[in-house]
Design a protein. Sequence first.
Length: 365
Amino acid sequence: MTGVGDLWASLPVPTIVIGPGDEIVDINSAAEGFFNASAKTMVGLPLWDQLAVDAPLENSLARARKNGTPLFVNDVDVGNGQRAPLQCALQISPLMGAPEHMLMMISPRELAGRMTQNHSVKSAAKSAIGMAEMLAHEIKNPLAGITGAAQLLSMNLSQEDLELTDLIVGESRRIVKLLEQVEQFGNLSPPVRNPVNIHDVLDRARRSALLGFGGHMNIIEDYDPSLPLALGDADQLLQVVLNLLKNASEAAGSTGTIRLHSYFEHSFRLRRADGTGQSLPLQIEIIDDGPGLPDGIAGDIFDPFVSGKENGTGLGLALVSKIISDHGGWISVTSVPGRTVFRLSLPRASKPDTTHTNSNEQTKD
Ligand SMILES: Nc1ncnc2c1ncn2[C@@H]1O[C@H](COP(=O)(O)OP(=O)(O)O)[C@@H](O)[C@H]1O
Ligand SMILES: [Mg+2]
Protein backbone atom coordinates (compact mmCIF):
# COMPACT_ATOMS: atom_id res chain seq x y z
CA MET A 1 0.00 0.00 0.00
CA THR A 2 2.61 2.46 1.11
CA GLY A 3 5.39 1.23 -1.09
CA VAL A 4 7.68 0.64 1.89
CA GLY A 5 7.29 -3.09 2.28
CA ASP A 6 4.70 -5.23 3.97
CA LEU A 7 3.66 -3.35 7.09
CA TRP A 8 1.09 -5.91 8.12
CA ALA A 9 3.43 -8.88 8.04
CA SER A 10 6.26 -6.96 9.69
CA LEU A 11 4.32 -5.53 12.60
CA PRO A 12 5.95 -7.19 15.64
CA VAL A 13 2.87 -6.80 17.85
CA PRO A 14 0.05 -9.37 17.64
CA THR A 15 -2.71 -7.56 15.76
CA ILE A 16 -6.21 -8.56 14.73
CA VAL A 17 -8.68 -6.98 12.31
CA ILE A 18 -12.14 -7.36 13.81
CA GLY A 19 -15.22 -7.28 11.62
CA PRO A 20 -18.58 -5.64 12.33
CA GLY A 21 -19.92 -8.72 14.11
CA ASP A 22 -16.81 -9.21 16.26
CA GLU A 23 -15.54 -11.87 13.90
CA ILE A 24 -11.86 -12.22 13.04
CA VAL A 25 -11.21 -10.76 9.59
CA ASP A 26 -7.44 -11.07 9.56
CA ILE A 27 -4.51 -11.61 11.89
CA ASN A 28 -0.87 -10.72 11.29
CA SER A 29 2.05 -13.09 11.67
CA ALA A 30 2.79 -11.95 15.22
CA ALA A 31 -0.80 -12.84 16.10
CA GLU A 32 -0.39 -16.23 14.43
CA GLY A 33 2.42 -16.77 16.90
CA PHE A 34 0.29 -15.55 19.77
CA PHE A 35 -2.62 -17.85 18.91
CA ASN A 36 -0.37 -20.62 17.71
CA ALA A 37 -2.64 -20.94 14.68
CA SER A 38 -2.52 -19.78 11.09
CA ALA A 39 -4.47 -16.82 9.77
CA LYS A 40 -6.32 -19.20 7.44
CA THR A 41 -7.79 -21.21 10.29
CA MET A 42 -8.64 -18.14 12.35
CA VAL A 43 -10.42 -15.99 9.78
CA GLY A 44 -14.17 -15.92 10.24
CA LEU A 45 -14.13 -17.28 13.79
CA PRO A 46 -15.87 -15.26 16.52
CA LEU A 47 -13.21 -13.18 18.29
CA TRP A 48 -14.43 -13.80 21.80
CA ASP A 49 -14.28 -17.57 21.31
CA GLN A 50 -10.60 -17.35 20.48
CA LEU A 51 -9.50 -14.66 22.87
CA ALA A 52 -10.01 -15.02 26.60
CA VAL A 53 -9.89 -11.62 28.30
CA ASP A 54 -10.54 -11.15 31.99
CA ALA A 55 -12.45 -7.90 31.49
CA PRO A 56 -15.91 -7.29 30.02
CA LEU A 57 -14.80 -5.80 26.72
CA GLU A 58 -17.64 -6.49 24.32
CA ASN A 59 -19.64 -3.43 25.27
CA SER A 60 -16.64 -1.11 25.31
CA LEU A 61 -15.63 -2.41 21.91
CA ALA A 62 -19.13 -1.83 20.55
CA ARG A 63 -19.08 1.71 21.93
CA ALA A 64 -15.68 2.45 20.45
CA ARG A 65 -16.89 1.12 17.10
CA LYS A 66 -20.04 3.21 17.24
CA ASN A 67 -18.22 6.40 18.23
CA GLY A 68 -15.20 5.80 16.02
CA THR A 69 -12.88 6.30 18.97
CA PRO A 70 -9.84 4.34 20.12
CA LEU A 71 -9.93 2.23 23.23
CA PHE A 72 -6.98 1.42 25.46
CA VAL A 73 -7.22 -1.24 28.12
CA ASN A 74 -4.27 -1.77 30.38
CA ASP A 75 -3.31 -4.74 32.47
CA VAL A 76 -5.74 -7.39 31.38
CA ASP A 77 -5.01 -11.07 31.27
CA VAL A 78 -5.29 -12.31 27.72
CA GLY A 79 -5.24 -15.98 26.85
CA ASN A 80 -5.95 -18.07 23.78
CA GLY A 81 -7.53 -21.00 25.53
CA GLN A 82 -4.41 -23.11 25.17
CA ARG A 83 -1.79 -21.60 27.39
CA ALA A 84 -1.65 -19.54 30.53
CA PRO A 85 -2.94 -15.99 30.06
CA LEU A 86 -0.41 -13.21 29.66
CA GLN A 87 -0.80 -9.81 31.22
CA CYS A 88 -1.29 -7.46 28.29
CA ALA A 89 -2.33 -4.02 27.20
CA LEU A 90 -4.93 -3.85 24.45
CA GLN A 91 -5.04 -1.00 21.99
CA ILE A 92 -8.09 -0.92 19.80
CA SER A 93 -8.84 1.62 17.13
CA PRO A 94 -11.21 2.01 14.20
CA LEU A 95 -9.66 0.73 10.96
CA MET A 96 -9.57 3.66 8.59
CA GLY A 97 -11.25 3.04 5.30
CA ALA A 98 -13.12 -0.04 6.52
CA PRO A 99 -16.38 0.97 8.19
CA GLU A 100 -17.26 -0.92 11.38
CA HIS A 101 -13.91 -2.72 11.35
CA MET A 102 -11.60 -2.40 14.33
CA LEU A 103 -7.88 -3.03 14.73
CA MET A 104 -6.75 -4.64 17.98
CA MET A 105 -3.13 -4.77 19.11
CA ILE A 106 -2.18 -7.05 21.96
CA SER A 107 1.00 -5.99 23.77
CA PRO A 108 2.28 -8.31 26.47
CA ARG A 109 3.20 -6.49 29.63
CA GLU A 110 6.95 -6.52 29.07
CA LEU A 111 6.36 -4.34 26.04
CA ALA A 112 3.54 -2.33 27.45
CA GLY A 113 4.87 -0.99 30.67
CA ARG A 114 2.89 -1.32 33.77
CA MET A 115 -0.29 -0.30 35.39
CA THR A 116 0.53 2.03 38.20
CA GLN A 117 -3.02 2.65 39.29
CA ASN A 118 -4.22 1.57 42.72
CA HIS A 119 -2.89 -1.94 42.91
CA SER A 120 0.52 -0.90 41.60
CA VAL A 121 2.46 -1.35 44.77
CA LYS A 122 1.47 -4.89 45.43
CA SER A 123 0.67 -5.89 48.95
CA ALA A 124 3.71 -8.11 49.28
CA ALA A 125 5.90 -5.22 48.23
CA LYS A 126 4.04 -2.97 50.63
CA SER A 127 4.73 -5.17 53.61
CA ALA A 128 8.36 -5.55 52.50
CA ILE A 129 8.59 -1.79 52.57
CA GLY A 130 6.81 -1.58 55.91
CA MET A 131 9.28 -3.97 57.43
CA ALA A 132 12.25 -2.19 55.87
CA GLU A 133 10.97 1.07 57.29
CA MET A 134 10.77 -0.37 60.76
CA LEU A 135 14.26 -1.82 60.46
CA ALA A 136 15.56 1.44 59.06
CA HIS A 137 14.33 3.22 62.11
CA GLU A 138 15.80 0.63 64.47
CA ILE A 139 19.17 0.49 62.78
CA LYS A 140 19.83 4.18 62.42
CA ASN A 141 20.32 4.90 66.13
CA PRO A 142 22.87 2.21 66.95
CA LEU A 143 24.59 3.03 63.69
CA ALA A 144 25.03 6.62 64.78
CA GLY A 145 26.61 5.25 67.97
CA ILE A 146 28.97 3.01 66.02
CA THR A 147 30.04 5.86 63.77
CA GLY A 148 30.64 8.13 66.73
CA ALA A 149 32.67 5.49 68.54
CA ALA A 150 34.79 4.87 65.46
CA GLN A 151 35.46 8.57 65.16
CA LEU A 152 36.54 8.78 68.81
CA LEU A 153 38.79 5.77 68.39
CA SER A 154 40.39 7.26 65.31
CA MET A 155 41.77 10.17 67.30
CA ASN A 156 44.54 8.04 68.88
CA LEU A 157 45.29 5.72 66.03
CA SER A 158 48.21 5.18 63.72
CA GLN A 159 47.80 5.87 60.01
CA GLU A 160 47.40 2.17 59.29
CA ASP A 161 44.59 1.69 61.77
CA LEU A 162 42.94 4.89 60.69
CA GLU A 163 42.09 3.17 57.43
CA LEU A 164 39.98 0.73 59.40
CA THR A 165 38.03 3.35 61.31
CA ASP A 166 37.55 5.25 58.06
CA LEU A 167 36.11 2.10 56.59
CA ILE A 168 33.67 1.81 59.50
CA VAL A 169 32.60 5.41 59.14
CA GLY A 170 32.33 5.23 55.36
CA GLU A 171 30.30 2.05 55.29
CA SER A 172 28.04 3.27 58.07
CA ARG A 173 27.32 6.39 56.07
CA ARG A 174 26.41 4.25 53.09
CA ILE A 175 23.96 2.25 55.17
CA VAL A 176 22.44 5.42 56.62
CA LYS A 177 21.90 6.70 53.08
CA LEU A 178 20.12 3.51 52.12
CA LEU A 179 17.98 3.67 55.24
CA GLU A 180 17.09 7.25 54.51
CA GLN A 181 15.85 6.24 51.10
CA VAL A 182 13.67 3.57 52.65
CA GLU A 183 12.30 6.13 55.09
CA GLN A 184 11.73 8.64 52.33
CA PHE A 185 9.60 6.03 50.63
CA GLY A 186 7.49 5.50 53.72
CA ASN A 187 7.18 9.19 54.49
CA LEU A 188 5.94 10.16 51.07
CA SER A 189 2.86 12.25 51.61
CA PRO A 190 0.00 12.37 49.12
CA PRO A 191 0.73 14.82 46.30
CA VAL A 192 -0.46 18.40 46.67
CA ARG A 193 -1.72 18.90 43.16
CA ASN A 194 -1.59 22.23 41.42
CA PRO A 195 -1.21 23.34 37.84
CA VAL A 196 2.43 22.71 36.99
CA ASN A 197 4.53 23.71 34.03
CA ILE A 198 6.22 20.41 33.26
CA HIS A 199 8.98 22.14 31.34
CA ASP A 200 10.02 24.03 34.48
CA VAL A 201 10.25 20.74 36.29
CA LEU A 202 12.29 19.18 33.46
CA ASP A 203 14.60 22.21 33.38
CA ARG A 204 15.23 22.11 37.09
CA ALA A 205 15.95 18.40 36.99
CA ARG A 206 18.21 18.82 33.98
CA ARG A 207 20.25 21.56 35.57
CA SER A 208 20.72 19.77 38.84
CA ALA A 209 21.61 16.53 37.04
CA LEU A 210 24.28 18.30 34.98
CA LEU A 211 25.80 19.76 38.13
CA GLY A 212 25.86 16.44 39.93
CA PHE A 213 25.40 12.82 38.98
CA GLY A 214 24.79 13.58 35.29
CA GLY A 215 27.84 15.72 34.64
CA HIS A 216 29.08 13.25 32.05
CA MET A 217 25.83 13.31 30.10
CA ASN A 218 24.52 15.38 27.26
CA ILE A 219 20.91 16.25 28.06
CA ILE A 220 18.85 17.48 25.12
CA GLU A 221 15.55 19.31 25.48
CA ASP A 222 12.90 18.49 22.93
CA TYR A 223 9.77 20.21 24.17
CA ASP A 224 6.40 20.95 22.70
CA PRO A 225 6.13 24.62 23.63
CA SER A 226 2.34 24.57 23.46
CA LEU A 227 2.02 21.86 26.10
CA PRO A 228 -0.67 22.82 28.63
CA LEU A 229 -0.11 22.76 32.38
CA ALA A 230 -0.17 19.43 34.15
CA LEU A 231 -2.00 18.72 37.37
CA GLY A 232 0.61 17.59 39.82
CA ASP A 233 2.90 18.14 42.75
CA ALA A 234 5.93 19.97 41.33
CA ASP A 235 8.34 18.74 44.03
CA GLN A 236 7.30 15.14 43.70
CA LEU A 237 7.44 15.29 39.92
CA LEU A 238 10.93 16.76 40.18
CA GLN A 239 11.88 13.77 42.29
CA VAL A 240 10.49 11.48 39.59
CA VAL A 241 12.44 13.12 36.78
CA LEU A 242 15.62 13.23 38.88
CA ASN A 243 15.37 9.51 39.62
CA LEU A 244 14.87 8.72 35.94
CA LEU A 245 17.78 10.97 34.92
CA LYS A 246 19.94 9.36 37.56
CA ASN A 247 19.20 5.87 36.28
CA ALA A 248 19.86 6.95 32.70
CA SER A 249 23.16 8.55 33.74
CA GLU A 250 24.17 5.46 35.66
CA ALA A 251 23.28 3.17 32.75
CA ALA A 252 25.49 5.12 30.34
CA GLY A 253 29.15 4.21 30.32
CA SER A 254 31.56 7.10 30.33
CA THR A 255 29.20 9.38 28.43
CA GLY A 256 25.83 9.36 26.78
CA THR A 257 22.86 11.33 25.60
CA ILE A 258 19.51 11.78 27.28
CA ARG A 259 16.60 13.33 25.42
CA LEU A 260 13.81 14.99 27.37
CA HIS A 261 10.79 14.85 25.10
CA SER A 262 7.39 16.34 25.81
CA TYR A 263 4.31 16.15 23.63
CA PHE A 264 0.56 16.18 23.76
CA GLU A 265 -1.47 13.12 22.91
CA HIS A 266 -5.08 14.07 22.95
CA SER A 267 -6.50 10.56 22.76
CA PHE A 268 -4.42 8.97 25.53
CA ARG A 269 -6.92 7.68 28.04
CA LEU A 270 -6.32 5.20 30.74
CA ARG A 271 -9.24 2.85 30.90
CA ARG A 272 -9.41 0.36 33.67
CA ALA A 273 -11.09 -3.00 33.70
CA ASP A 274 -13.83 -1.58 35.91
CA GLY A 275 -14.82 0.84 33.17
CA THR A 276 -13.59 4.04 34.79
CA GLY A 277 -11.08 6.10 32.92
CA GLN A 278 -8.97 9.19 32.97
CA SER A 279 -7.53 11.36 30.26
CA LEU A 280 -3.72 11.56 30.46
CA PRO A 281 -2.76 13.69 27.48
CA LEU A 282 0.59 15.07 28.68
CA GLN A 283 3.47 12.83 27.68
CA ILE A 284 6.99 13.16 28.99
CA GLU A 285 9.66 10.81 27.74
CA ILE A 286 13.12 10.38 29.18
CA ILE A 287 15.10 8.62 26.48
CA ASP A 288 18.66 7.40 26.85
CA ASP A 289 21.06 5.67 24.51
CA GLY A 290 22.54 3.35 27.12
CA PRO A 291 22.65 -0.45 27.10
CA GLY A 292 18.99 -0.94 28.04
CA LEU A 293 17.34 -2.77 30.92
CA PRO A 294 19.18 -5.86 32.14
CA ASP A 295 17.45 -8.99 30.84
CA GLY A 296 16.55 -10.80 34.01
CA ILE A 297 14.84 -7.95 35.84
CA ALA A 298 13.18 -5.99 33.02
CA GLY A 299 9.70 -7.05 34.11
CA ASP A 300 10.18 -6.15 37.76
CA ILE A 301 12.10 -2.88 37.76
CA PHE A 302 9.21 -0.97 39.35
CA ASP A 303 9.16 -3.30 42.36
CA PRO A 304 11.08 -2.18 45.44
CA PHE A 305 14.50 -3.71 46.05
CA VAL A 306 14.88 -4.86 42.45
CA SER A 307 18.19 -3.57 41.19
CA GLY A 308 20.65 -4.48 38.49
CA LYS A 309 23.45 -2.59 40.20
CA GLU A 310 25.94 -3.86 42.71
CA ASN A 311 25.25 -1.02 45.11
CA GLY A 312 21.70 -0.27 44.00
CA THR A 313 18.78 -0.05 46.40
CA GLY A 314 16.09 -0.77 43.85
CA LEU A 315 14.01 1.97 45.43
CA GLY A 316 14.30 4.65 42.75
CA LEU A 317 11.73 3.31 40.33
CA ALA A 318 9.50 2.03 43.11
CA LEU A 319 9.29 5.61 44.34
CA VAL A 320 8.72 6.90 40.81
CA SER A 321 5.95 4.38 40.29
CA LYS A 322 4.30 5.28 43.58
CA ILE A 323 4.37 9.01 42.89
CA ILE A 324 2.98 8.64 39.39
CA SER A 325 0.32 6.30 40.69
CA ASP A 326 -0.65 8.82 43.39
CA HIS A 327 -1.04 11.35 40.59
CA GLY A 328 -3.45 9.10 38.75
CA GLY A 329 -0.86 8.91 35.98
CA TRP A 330 0.78 6.14 34.07
CA ILE A 331 4.36 5.10 33.52
CA SER A 332 5.64 2.73 30.91
CA VAL A 333 9.02 1.69 29.64
CA THR A 334 10.34 0.27 26.42
CA SER A 335 13.94 -0.72 26.16
CA VAL A 336 16.33 -2.10 23.58
CA PRO A 337 20.10 -1.67 23.65
CA GLY A 338 20.78 1.90 22.59
CA ARG A 339 17.31 3.20 23.34
CA THR A 340 15.48 3.09 26.64
CA VAL A 341 12.34 5.17 26.96
CA PHE A 342 10.57 5.90 30.22
CA ARG A 343 7.27 7.56 29.42
CA LEU A 344 5.15 9.43 31.93
CA SER A 345 1.55 10.24 31.09
CA LEU A 346 -0.10 12.86 33.25
CA PRO A 347 -3.46 14.60 33.51
CA ARG A 348 -3.70 18.21 32.47
CA ALA A 349 -4.81 20.93 34.86
CA SER A 350 -8.49 21.10 34.03
CA LYS A 351 -8.76 24.88 33.65
CA PRO A 352 -5.94 27.25 32.89
CA ASP A 353 -7.31 29.63 35.51
CA THR A 354 -7.21 27.41 38.57
CA THR A 355 -4.13 29.21 39.93
CA HIS A 356 -5.02 31.54 42.72
CA THR A 357 -3.53 34.95 43.18
CA ASN A 358 -3.23 36.72 46.49
CA SER A 359 -5.44 39.58 45.38
CA ASN A 360 -9.19 39.51 45.01
CA GLU A 361 -8.84 39.78 41.30
CA GLN A 362 -11.17 37.55 39.31
CA THR A 363 -9.41 35.47 36.74
CA LYS A 364 -11.21 35.34 33.45
CA ASP A 365 -11.90 32.16 31.55
N1 LIG B 1 17.65 4.01 31.91
C1 LIG B 1 17.98 2.76 32.29
N2 LIG B 1 18.78 1.99 31.52
C2 LIG B 1 19.11 0.73 31.90
N3 LIG B 1 18.69 0.15 33.05
C3 LIG B 1 17.88 0.86 33.86
C4 LIG B 1 17.49 2.19 33.53
N4 LIG B 1 16.67 2.63 34.52
C5 LIG B 1 16.59 1.63 35.41
N5 LIG B 1 17.33 0.56 35.03
C6 LIG B 1 17.46 -0.72 35.74
O1 LIG B 1 16.44 -0.79 36.73
C7 LIG B 1 17.00 -1.07 38.00
C8 LIG B 1 16.15 -0.47 39.11
O2 LIG B 1 16.28 0.94 39.16
P1 LIG B 1 15.99 1.70 40.51
O3 LIG B 1 14.67 1.27 41.03
O4 LIG B 1 16.19 3.15 40.28
O5 LIG B 1 17.08 1.12 41.51
P2 LIG B 1 18.66 1.37 41.57
O6 LIG B 1 18.97 2.53 40.66
O7 LIG B 1 18.94 1.66 43.00
O8 LIG B 1 19.27 0.10 41.11
C9 LIG B 1 18.40 -0.50 37.92
O9 LIG B 1 19.27 -1.13 38.84
C10 LIG B 1 18.78 -0.79 36.47
O10 LIG B 1 19.27 -2.11 36.36
MG1 LIG C 1 17.96 4.36 40.63
